[in-house]
Design a protein around this ligand. Structure first.
Ligand code: S3P
Length: 175
């Protein structure tokens, strides 16, 4: 299957861009966290609170392997889906990946103004929210760049502009 994967930290716009890009490319879009919730019948927060981050990562890897076999689509990955080598291999083998990035201050702004964020996005460290974002960016940036073939900065761009840029990069956009 050749998918288009979107990777990047929480709050970089992956889910909204995946939906828009799916429409532009006439392909289905999937959100890895939503698939995890559908398959496990549990919310992400519930999986974290019952089994901790490792339990979540195990389920995330299993669901990614299953989603990679879906018909060709646009897949928005959870922010930490690139942490495991096996996941990075699956992503590279089954599609093209785009890294969406934004400044930590932009991410904090978006997450703080999203009412679902607090209940649906478990904290990953004991750091303050801005320090957590900076820490995760340092930890993960190398992995995002390892799997992605293209990068888009989303700070000042609308969802549709980001989706159009990716479509053009794929050779399927309007000029
Ligand atoms: C996580 C990001 C979340 C979700 C889980 C862990 C992370 O996905 O997978 O809460 O480790 O950054 P989003 O990036 O879609 O919010």
């Amino acid at each position: 299957m050749t998918h288009v994967y979107l990777c990047g930290l929480r709050g970089t716009g992956k889910t909204s861009v995946a939906e828009e890009l799916g429409c532009l490319l006439h392909r289905p879009s999937y959100d890895l966290d939503a698939e995890i919730q559908k398959i496990s019948q549990k919310s992400v927060a519930q999986i974290f609170s019952e089994g901790g981050e490792e339990a979540f990562r195990d389920i995330e890897s299993q669901v990614l392997a299953a989603v990679a076999e879906y018909p060709s689509g646009v897949i928005s990955l959870g922010g930490g889906a690139v942490l495991r080598l096996r996941n990075r291999e699956i992503i590279r083998r089954s599609g093209h990946c785009v890294y969406l990035h934004a400044l930590p201050a932009t991410i904090l702004d978006r997450l703080s103004s999203d009412p679902k964020s607090i209940s649906q996005r478990p904290r990953l460290t004991t750091l303050s929210p801005i320090d957590e974002i900076e820490f995760l960016l340092k930890e993960r940036q190398g992995f995002y760049r390892e799997v992605a073939e293209f990068e888009v900065t989303t700070d000042d761009c609308s969802v549709s502009v980001v989706a159009q840029r990716i479509a053009r990069w794929l050779g399927q956009g309007d000029d």
